[in-house]
Design a protein around this ligand. Structure first.
Ligand code: GTP
Ligand code: MG
Length: 253
């Protein structure tokens, strides 16, 4: 069967737009969205080489999958727009890091200004799962005093059908529990859970902003608010996490 026919319906609940999706009309919409976003979240892709980090981003932002894709050199950059709730538009900026060790000194410099981190392993490659703890620990150590909102993604779930799985769901969920992060299985090839994985992390960051767990800080680029006045309101609202979460204040009300 043709892959495209197996793709899940990717139309989001709320309008989305990507900088790299279809030209003309959509590009115009993207340009318009650029002036309309209330927040910008920087999210970094983490995990060993060949786990499919770039493929996940290509599926999410362009809805394509390439069997043959160049390894990332250093860091690549992707943008996607998401409406996290009606009237609240977020510009998601993704740093797609190279998994190869030789680029580590470059990729490390992107950790600090990231609010979200997608930890990716290949369900069919045991070693990539074993290294997740190291990726998590390295990022946590380097971003202090900031905190990164993580999600763990077991990639290439399409290969489960061919009995190629090397990491069980239970084992992955156990690790996710230990790290205190949510877990999802996804496939850039079929599109399974790709949008859900990215939106999970974006919504967790947004909830963190509302509750005060994620702070807007001058000189830190993990999260930006488009409107300075709104930024001050948000800071005031979020300075008392308990009342903020009770009141569920929005940035740009
Ligand atoms: N079967 C299957 N193959 C995949 C999937 N995602 C990626 N691949 C393949 O895995 C290989 C590596 O994918 P990449 O997206 O380049 O991996 P990466 O993590 O970005 O690798 P680096 O850039 O070196 O860090 C490519 O041949 C992809 O076609 C998937 O969901 N299913
Ligand atoms: Mg890559």
């Amino acid at each position: 069967m043709d892959d495209s026919s197996r793709r899940p319906h990717l139309v989001p609940l709320l309008p989305l737009c990507s900088m790299s999706c279809v030209p003309n009309k959509v590009a115009a919409a993207a340009a318009m969205d650029l002036t309309l976003w209330q927040y910008q979240f920087r999210i970094i892709m983490l995990g060993d080489s060949t786990v499919g980090k770039s493929s996940l981003l290509k599926r999410y932002t362009e809805d394509i999958f390439l069997e043959s894709i160049n390894q990332t050199v250093g860091v690549d950059f992707y943008v996607h727009f998401l409406e996290v709730e009606p009237g609240v538009r977020v510009k998601l900026q993704f740093w797609d890091t190279a998994g190869q060790e030789r680029f580590r000194s470059v990729t490390r410099s992107y950790y600090r200004n990231s609010v979200g981190g997608m930890l990716v392993f290949d369900l069919t490659q045991r070693s990539t799962f074993d290294h997740i703890k190291d990726w998590h620990a390295e990022v946590c150590e380097r971003v202090q005093p900031h905190k990164v909102v993580f999600a763990l993604v077991g990639q290439k779930s399409d290969r489960d059908a061919h009995d190629e799985r090397a990491v069980s769901r239970e084992e992955a969920e156990r690790l996710a529990g230990q790290l205190g992060v949510p877990y999802m299985e996804a496939s850039a090839k079929t599109g399974h859970n790709v949008r859900e994985s990215f939106e999970l992390i974006a919504r967790r960051v947004y909830q963190g902003l509302l509750s005060g767990e994620v702070q807007l800080l001058e000189g830190w680029d993990g999260v930006k608010c488009a409107n300075t006045q709104t930024l001050h309101m948000q800071r005031a609202g979020l300075s008392q996490p308990s009342s903020a979460s009770k009141n569920k204040k929005k940035c740009c009300d």
